[in-house]
Design a protein around this ligand. Sequence first.
Ligand SMILES: [Zn+2]
Length: 468
Amino acid sequence: MSKILIHNPLRIATMNDAQKELSGGHLLIENDIITSIGPEEITGNFDKIIDASDMVVLPGFINTHHHLYQSLTRNIPLMQDQPLFNWLTNHYEVWRELTEEAISISAKTGILELMLSGTTTTSDHLYLFPHKAGTELIDREIEAAKEMGIRFQPTRGSMSLGKSAGGLPPDDVVQTEEIIVADTNRLLGKYHDDSPGAMTRLSLAPCSPFSVTGESMKRTAEFARANNLMIHTHLAETIDEENFCLEKFGHRPAAYLDSLGWIVGNAWVAHAVHLSDDEISRMGNCGMGISHCPSSNMRLGSGIARIKEMLQAGVSASIAVDGSASNDSGNMLAEIRQAMLISRLREEHHWLSAREVLWMATRGGAAALGRNDIGELSVGKQADIALFDIDSVEYAGSKSDPVAALIFNQRMSPVDHLIVNGKIRIENKQFKGDLGNLLKDHNRISNDMISQAQKNTGIDFLNLPSEF
Ligand SMILES: [Zn+2]
């Protein structure tokens, strides 16, 4: 049995129901489970003792929405200043060049970035399947997540409405509904684990109302309900989307989703920026989740989600970095800070506190993903833990509240230790594992994809300002 002792922490924020915090004492991990936590110091034989006297100890963060492959296409000049629809149309031309290798490498890079910022669980929304890339893209990212050691809740994404059928994406990156269903069943049989402590659990995720048929959305919801699965999609991200839905379906986006059986407790949706009071209370009543992606919403000029109202209505609001082509970082701690700061641009009674955004990034994330085994430091929960040393320049003068310091102050270094499923994955700010030529490979693939897209389309993706 492996035993890890976290000794004498500066502060533990348990994120339990009472939001209890404690200073000093211990937290004991046996194998993959937290078996003891309390104010007294304990002694004995341990495989590892972590002296946490300068550290804030938190449940590892849970990132509920990402497109890991997008870390290959960050800040491409042409799309830097475009809002969602143009941004998407141009990116599709580059994403068409994805390969199995590209998926594998970008998943590792994206996961590494998440882990260095304190993330122990992530979801991913992979919905784009270029026909020439082979059929096992989700397999490659599941393998990458296993190699990196993160807890992974990937979604089997999908798009079935190509350009010729009135959708936004090119025809050669969408799939027929028969292929989507067959591959979903294959993946569920091969990887899905719904037992407590699962390291790989699948969910289903049609991309959005403008890339999938209503019939297919409906069938997905029914299939998920019958098989105890979570469902996920994008919702109410921009005003353009709202206008598109009103024009095409005669409904606002949330009402359209509702008509397809998607406003349900086993669903979580990304963005949820443009919602009415009624829509928020409908979503709260059924206890569904949302992924708040503040950086992406700012980057694409989408708007400010009404998080305070959603929390009050009972929505499981979580925080997510979103894909790296619209953030363009995968830094979860920075994203949590953004969530607090962007709320301050609203009226004062809608402001979020440091502890509210931390709750969203831990318990909110667990609830959004339909889990109760993570997101909390309590006896019997999974040992997914982030330890942040705050004895550094950016925290000087802020120790009156070490927990809030992590959110109010901008951290400049990685997490000090990261424990996932009882295993130390980051120690003294270093990822424990062989990364090979990860970043070199990542940049080579990124460059190749953009060059190929330029050749195919004649579009100048790199229209940089002229040099002098
Ligand atoms: Zn997204």
